[in-house]
Ligand binder design. Structure first.
Ligand SMILES: [Zn+2]
Length: 419
């Protein structure tokens, strides 16, 4: 490699190049939104994206999810979805010369379902229609619009003749919504860098960390018998309803010192399932809870729930054997990159060039940043246009102006980071 000096694109030049790409980018995004996908059926959308990018002469690779035995990789969550025929998409621009730092721009192509509610939307969820400066559609903000933000930043810079010194990789991954296995697979296959930006809607704030989620389950066993003669203490549903009450207050008295930027830990009783029919005393009842916690508090939050159960359980006539068959079924771990890290501070200063009021924040929901940070030592932050509150909702939309600002900030960051 040789050291080459090239003129760095200015902010004004970047703004112009991004504007010039807008019509192209909108059309590409609308094409992606039109491909209705939820995991595990991401292939059609990845192929549409591959076609769009190949037409721009970008080096596209479709990478198998299960190369290298993914289920054996630490951090894999088995949600029962197949792994075959679900490629991740990667565009890797090899660095042109020494002295640059490598960077990954990562987001996900899979969306949640919209079916059954199209008539409630302002515009059809597969339309990508633009109304009052908002692009409507499932995946507009979470996260097909984020994937396109990464692509447009790269292309706007290329339009200006810029070539990164460090290796620059764009990743469009599968399976973020159910389990995060798409990003995990790429990490395990060696797609690593000196920094990663995970694009998710943060309202163009820079999130340096996110909470974790524990899928906590309880199994209450009853004694089966005829409903006419058994006491209700034998009924798993009745006992489970007492347990729900105890669980609902399990974190109410949480008082441990905490980084308040993440807020208090929370426990949501998300699902309850049990019983057979009205003539039989329920023999079994399962309760599923989502427990959200800040980085570094996993053990103390679980411990707090356990001691709350031990204290309150007997008063609520709960059978305490084996602590009510409590199991942690799956764990989406919390993660954090220091807010004073070069990645977070550099991105913040780039964002400030286009949106001076944006700040460093934390993210209430989990993201794929955890794989980069916790398992592979890659500093990662979460950043992207649009609001998390409209993701997964009716009338999901991406605000055009924020989208363009995010693209400008990403382009500025690429120039500063990759050199
Ligand atoms: Zn998302």
């Amino acid at each position: 490699m040789t050291t080459v000096s090239q003129a760095r694109p200015t902010l004004d030049a970047i703004k112009e190049a991004v504007s010039a790409r807008y019509a192209w980018g909108l059309k590409a995004l609308q094409r992606l939104i039109a491909v209705d996908i939820i995991a595990p059926k991401e292939r059609a959308c990845q192929e549409a994206l591959a076609e769009i990018l190949r037409a721009e002469s970008l080096p596209v690779q479709l990478v198998s999810l299960n190369e290298g035995n993914l289920p054996s990789v630490e951090g894999f969550i088995d949600t029962g979805l197949p792994l075959a025929d679900r490629p991740n998409l990667v565009v890797a621009l090899e660095g042109t010369h020494a002295g640059g730092r490598s960077l990954i721009l990562n987001s996900h192509i899979d969306t949640v379902a919209w079916q059954g509610g199209a008539e409630k939307w302002q515009a059809h969820p597969l339309s990508g229609a633009v109304r009052d400066g908002k692009i409507y559609g499932r995946g507009a903000v979470d996260a097909k619009g984020q994937v396109m933000a990464a692509v447009m930043a790269v292309l706007a810079l290329r339009d200006l003749g810029y070539e990164p010194a460090g290796r620059l990789v764009v990743q469009s991954v599968v399976g973020e919504e159910p389990d995060g296995n798409g990003t995990l697979a790429l990490c395990a296959q060696g797609w690593l860098a000196e920094a990663a930006i995970v694009l998710e809607p943060t309202d163009n704030q820079i999130a340096y960390g996110h909470r974790g989620v524990i899928d906590l389950r309880f199994r209450v066993e009853g004694r089966q018998g005829h409903a006419a003669v058994q006491s209700s203490d034998a009924n798993a549903i009745v006992v489970a309803s007492r347990l729900v009450e105890v669980l609902d207050g399990a974190l109410a008295d949480w008082s441990a010192p905490e980084d308040t930027s993440y807020g208090r830990p929370s426990l949501n009783v998300g699902r309850i399932e049990g019983g057979e029919d009205i003539f039989t005393v329920a023999q079994r009842c399962e309760i599923k809870c989502g427990v959200r916690y800040a980085p570094g508090t996993y053990q103390s939050v679980l411990g707090h729930i356990e001691s709350h159960l031990l204290k309150e359980g007997p008063q609520h006539r709960l059978p305490m054997g084996d602590l009510l068959n409590m199991t942690t079924f799956a764990h989406h771990d919390a993660a954090e990159t220091p807010p004073d890290s070069p990645l977070a501070t550099t991105l913040l200063s780039c964002v400030h060039q286009v949106a001076p009021d944006r700040r460093l924040v934390t993210c209430p929901g989990g993201t794929d940043a955890r794989h980069f940070i916790n398992r592979y030592g890659v500093p990662a932050v979460i950043f992207g246009p649009g609001q998390l509150t409209v993701a997964h909702a009716v009338d999901e939309f991406l605000p055009v102006e924020q989208w363009l600002k995010a693209i400008q900030a990403l382009a500025l960051f690429i120039v500063r980071w990759c050199g």
